[in-house]
Design a protein. Structure first.
Length: 276
């Protein structure tokens, strides 16, 4: 300490000599002041809080949010498990993504459809076109889910090799009640043999909530050659692909042998044109 009250201290830090000059505090108007390296500071000025074990921990709000998220997810899973125990019948029929699945020992394909606003008419009921689209969609999804979808439109891999595809020769649809906007319909479809060289596909459309049968449909299919456009017998390779999916059951619609007569304007009682 020299005569001016300045203390000189040498600090050895990693081989480097550092000198710190600190002047003794002085009284200014009753308050203590300190001059450090030419800057005047007051003793009551705020200074950074020293680092402790608490401020070195992660942000507590983020940690709490993570714990809350984990608990909410666990609670949701527990509620789903409890609900499955109470309502196994509903869980068995759930199709949350509308993709469909194979049921009843792998012989029936089931898919749910929600009737959209653009699929109905002025009376708020689904059109026949909407129902026919559901029949076609479930038929192809059935083939796809069974692993038989080749590179053709519903053709199996062996059918694609032989340039064969399915054609519908007859179809009967009986609508007991049309679903309305917002209804969910459950469509079941399966296949069965039809003679030596044909296949039959049936459908049942039910109201998902009540189980009421809304529509029954049955169709006959045969194979046609893409190049010759002639009917073909079912090859043994193709029969081996599909015959273990056949259901031994009568058609859901009794066969109606009546044929629709062709329209003839000359013999018609009434003729109206300009219809859209």
């Amino acid at each position: 300490v020299d005569v001016r009250g300045i203390k000189t201290k040498s600090v050895n830090s990693g081989g480097m000599q550092v000198k710190a000059n600190v002047q003794a505090p002085t009284e200014v108007n009753g308050s203590r002041s300190r001059i450090t390296n030419g800057f005047k500071t007051d003793d009551y000025s705020t200074s950074p809080a020293p680092r402790t074990f608490i401020n070195q921990l992660p942000d507590w709000s983020m940690l709490l949010a993570a714990i809350t998220t984990i608990f909410l997810a666990a609670e949701k899973q527990w509620m789903m498990l409890e609900w499955k125990t109470k309502r196994p019948d509903m869980i068995a029929d759930m199709d949350p993504f509308g993709l469909g699945r194979i049921v009843q020992d792998g012989l029936v394909f089931r898919q749910n459809f929600s009737i959209r606003s653009y699929e109905i008419g002025a009376d708020r009921t689904a059109s026949i076109e909407t129902l026919m689209n559901h029949l076609q969609e479930t038929a192809l999804n059935h083939v796809k889910s069974a692993g038989l979808l080749g590179d053709g439109f519903g053709s199996t891999p062996e059918m694609c090799k032989k340039n064969l595809f399915w054609v519908v020769t007859k179809m009967q649809v009986i609508v007991d009640r049309y679903p309305t906007w917002g209804d969910v319909v459950q469509v079941d479809t399966w296949v069965a043999p039809n003679g030596k060289n044909g296949m039959r596909r049936d459908w049942l459309l039910r109201d998902y909530k009540t189980g009421e049968i809304l529509t029954r449909a049955s169709s006959n299919w045969v194979m046609m050659n893409k190049e010759t456009r002639r009917l073909s017998k079912i090859p043994d390779e193709v029969r081996g692909e599909i015959e273990h999916y056949f259901v031994d059951a009568p058609p859901v619609v009794e066969d109606d042998s009546r044929k629709l007569s062709k329209l003839d304007e000359s013999t018609a009682d009434y003729v109206r044109d300009g219809l859209i």
